[in-house]
Design a protein around this ligand. Structure first.
Ligand SMILES: [Zn+2]
Length: 251
């Protein structure tokens, strides 16, 4: 079985002491591609510094939950300087819950990155929290493929995303969240990918890691009554299509 962790933060400090072991465990669990997403200037740098072996793929962006004052221009230059190395722009997006940036300003920044992604012909990884419909309505105005990472919106937002042909990513949260289970039942397999968002959202105690993406697969397989192997094939193909990864994998 081949799995893709469609979104995680393997570059973060919490993996510094045992990143190699974490990658080994992911490989042992059948993970063939890991998408490492940047969310600010430092995490973008750290993502680029990771060993560029075949299973690691990088996206660069600026989260609406940025901690420090970040320069949009600087992040844009990081993206432009590394166009050949990245598989998408993101995470970028809108957040009504956690962001300290005024919503209108978030929208402006989001649009700048969508326009850059359109220009460099890369897909976009969107973080949207209580702002899914706003994000979709804005993104639709650009000619870009979008993935709504860690989707936790309404059924209306889900329909809009699917009608736009967007990819919906369900995280390991599906193992313990009733809302996530409802979304998983509703989403079309054609639009679905899975992720860990590690080190966050662990389905167990403690830190999440890419190997745990299999728990999302197991849960969704039960909820949708689709055989695990068959489901894994669909999800892996969806991820690879979205990020433009080769079919060859590492084996
Ligand atoms: Zn994330």
């Amino acid at each position: 079985m081949e799995l893709v962790d469609s979104h995680c933060h393997l570059q973060m400090d919490s993996f510094d002491r045992d990143r190699e072991e974490v990658i080994r465990r992911a490989l042992a669990a059948g993970v063939v591609d890991i998408i490492v997403s940047g969310f600010d200037s430092i995490s973008n740098f750290k993502a680029l510094e990771l060993d560029s072996r075949q299973l690691l793929h990088v996206t660069l962006g600026l989260s609406p939950n940025m901690k420090r004052n970040e320069s949009v221009e600087f992040i844009k230059s990081q993206i432009l300087e590394n166009v050949e190395k990245i598989v998408a722009v993101g995470e970028i997006g809108l957040d009504r819950v956690k962001s300290r940036i005024p919503f209108e300003k978030q929208k402006g920044i989001f649009k700048e990155f969508l326009s850059l992604a359109e220009e460099i012909n890369k897909p976009v990884v969107i973080h949207a929290r209580e702002a899914e419909i706003d994000a979709i309505e804005i993104a639709r105005k650009y000619d870009v493929e979008c993935m709504l990472h860690c989707f936790n919106g309404s059924f209306k937002a889900l329909r809009m995303a699917q009608d736009s042909g967007y990819v919906v990513s369900i995280s390991t949260m599906v193992a313990f969240s009733e809302k996530q289970k409802k979304i998983a039942r509703e989403v079309e397999v054609e639009n679905l990918v899975i992720e860990t968002d590690s080190p966050f959202l662990s389905p167990k105690r403690g830190r999440n890691e890419p190997a745990f993406v299999k728990f999302a697969l197991e849960e969704i397989s039960k909820l949708k009554e689709i055989d695990e192997d068959e489901l894994a094939t669909f999800l892996t193909e969806n991820s690879r299509n979205f990020y433009g990864l080769s079919e060859s994998g590492i084996f």
